[in-house]
Design a protein around this ligand. Structure first.
Ligand code: G3H
Ligand code: 13P
Ligand code: NA
Ligand code: ZN
Length: 325
């Protein structure tokens, strides 16, 4: 069946790699995630956001994730480790409903609340979830950009001096921190970046590794999570723009920095936007090259293949979570 994150995070920290946390909303994404992780023998976290629950229906998503364990075995993965995780839960009720419903892990995101309220809410979720052996991710610090309904104009890095108190008083299993990543395909404004003189592409500022180091010094061996970690591959942005799309100045987190983070106590890296870009790039290309196609399998199929390729690249070349089952 589905597993929680406890053992997999311990192994990831000791082994110097990170577990991929991929969002899913539909069958093609799920197939691509499971094919990539099973063939490469990687543990994987399937994340469902509130938006995903509204789009795809919670019941369908739950059975799809449970079915994915069987699918992984069919693909030759004898001992798959698959987590079904609620992404950015914003209330006790939504977390409770996911725990009651068979999720093996939940996130309670109280990062926009005042500190003491974040602690109280997170502790309430932990106390409930742990009765059912469901692991809980909390968050300290604010990412710039959109977190579901919450739009933050400016980011606030996690304050290292708060993390011991937060982890101890809440009992969370892992902590999402803010060190300069953000959600979506526009992670930095052009004025925050420099430009590559040759390509004209934006070069983003580096992540605040000093903040990560300070957090790890306060909480040695404690599982750290990075949200907003899509790299926004320029090949997909170009493919989209060349085929009728319009994504000017989309920019993500350079993979080199994610590679570095994966070797540390960062043991969960969240990637959603890159999958959206791979899907859209492939679909736009089919539409441009073969305007007479109208069977959805003829464009969702290539989209699925492109996502699988992208997931495999992340697993092998960025997070190094392959051959860990
Ligand atoms: O945290 C954001 C994730 O990428 C989920 O996005 O709320 O549009 O499903 P969503
Ligand atoms: P990206 O938008 O960078 O893919 O981040 C996804 C995420 O953090 C989901 O919680
Ligand atoms: Na790691
Ligand atoms: Zn997130």
């Amino acid at each position: 069946g589905l597993v929680n994150t406890r053992e997999m995070f311990k192994r990831a920290i000791n082994g110097g790699y990170a577990i991929p946390a991929f969002n899913f909303n539909n069958m093609e994404q799920l197939q691509a995630i499971i094919k990539a992780s099973s063939e490469l023998k990687s543990p994987v976290i399937l994340q469902v956001s509130k938006g995903a629950r509204n789009y795809a229906n919670q019941t369908l998503l739950r059975y799809m994730a449970q079915g994915a364990v069987e699918y992984a075995k069919e693909l030759g993965c004898a001992h798959p480790e698959i987590v079904l995780h609620l992404d950015h839960g914003d209330s006790f009720e939504i977390c409770k409903s996911c725990v009651d419903f068979g999720f093996s892990s939940v996130m309670i995101d109280g990062s926009a609340l005042p500190y003491e309220e974040n602690i109280a809410l997170t502790k309430k979720v932990v106390d409930y979830a742990h009765q059912f052996d469901v692991t809980v991710e909390g968050e300290l610090g604010v990412l710039a950009g959109v977190e579901d309904d919450v739009v933050a104009e400016v980011s606030h890095y996690t304050k290292p001096e708060e993390v011991i108190d937060f982890a101890t008083r809440t009992g969370v299993d892992s902590l999402a921190i803010s060190i300069g990543t953000s959600h979506g395909a526009y992670k930095f404004k052009p004025e925050q970046c420099t430009r590559d003189p040759k390509t004209g592409k934006l070069v983003p500022p580096p992540l605040a590794f000093d903040v990560l180091d300070a957090v790890m010094e306060k909480l040695p061996g404690f599982p750290i999570v990075l949200h907003g970690s899509s790299s926004v591959p320029q090949e997909y942005v170009d493919m989209i723009n060349e085929n009728g799309g319009k994504l000017p100045d989309a920019v993500g987190i350079p993979e080199e920095q994610l590679r570095k983070a994966s070797k540390s106590a960062v043991c969960k890296i969240n990637i959603d936007s890159d999958s959206r870009l791979a899907f859209t790039a492939a679909v736009r290309k089919v539409f441009a090259d073969k305007p007479s196609e109208f069977d959805p399998r003829k464009f969702c199929g290539p989209a699925r293949d492109e996502m699988e390729k992208m997931y495999k690249h992340k697993i092998v070349d960025v997070l190094a979570s392959d051959n860990k089952l």
